[in-house]
Design a binder for this molecule. Sequence first.
Ligand code: TXA
Ligand code: MG
Length: 351
Amino acid sequence: MIETKIIEIDPTNIDRDKLRCAAEILAKGGTVAFPTETVYGLGANALDSEALKRIFQAKGRPSDNPLIVHISQKEDIYSLVREVPKRADLLMEKFWPGPLTLVFKKSQIVPDIVTAGLDTVAIRMPSHPVAEALIEMSGIPVAAPSANLSGRPSPTLAVHVIEDLSGKVDIIISGGSCSVGLESTVLDVTEEVPVILRPGGVTLEDLQEVLGNVSTDKGIEGDTTAIPKSPGMKYTHYAPKAEVVIITGEIRDIVATVNSLKKENEKKNLKVGIMATDETKDNYYDAVVISMGSREKPGSIAENIFAILRSFDEKGVDVILTEGIETKYIGHAVMNRLMKAAGYNVVKARR
Ligand code: TXA
Ligand code: MG
């Protein structure tokens, strides 16, 4: 156990003097959790292998899962990568700072522990004012996975980070909620046609608008015969303690199927939780029902999803029946996270 200091920073009025001590700890090889617009990250100096080991230890993260390097200005990529293709330039122009991580061919200075021995490095420039100020003040590139224990839902509030990492990291910066609510899109730009390795805050449709042709790695769609190119995507993830089942189909059929699965589980004396939507939540009775948000606003579902998965743990349910949503726009990333939380346990609702 180490002593974890909690620092509160108001993102709308950043106290740079307060933040300076966190920036110094980072530069000196310590671990600092901080808010980003996607989820909270656990940062360490991306050029310091000893500091990076502390990230893997604190999270219990497998060492074959590479880290994303965070920078505060675009110029900082040039020392970290061997080449910047034109397509990457277009994307950085349009989406940085923001929830898009780009995978480049790595330069010599990036330690192997960051990339898990791969020849590529993932880089992102977050738009959250606290993340931006912290990275800039530390004067180093900051490697940062999501600030959760490995396998748990990603943290979108400081309390989630405190729950998972208190006593394991030097500093936790509390800076409010994360506006996107799920992680950045990871896009491999080393190929002529860029490949989405993890869907996220910037959608396929957003990317297609800029580049035309963009493909999606088969390994992330639950095709178990394909090995995901993003090593992190192969692990069970985002999982609450309860078993998760996803029910997909037409809304009416989903409601009927959820209700019949609920009965089946209750017969086995299992406590059932239901992740519904605003449109359906009133069709369920005598169960722990939480709405993810409106189907009309998948962005607000994205924002809530991890906090809701965590909250079911406190309610002591054994099974969570989760409605599927449309995989358009950010719904694609939401369904990807739900599928992983469910271990691809999907029931197709039929009438
Ligand atoms: O939004 C985010 O990206 C957050 C915040 C903190 O910035 N970070 C985050 O990091 O989600 P993490 O470590 O939880 O997820 C990083 C993902 C993993 O799936 C990892 O395998 C993939 O990025 N990744 C990292 N480097 C890679 C590389 N060189 N090639 C392919 N995938 C890579
Ligand atoms: Mg993560």
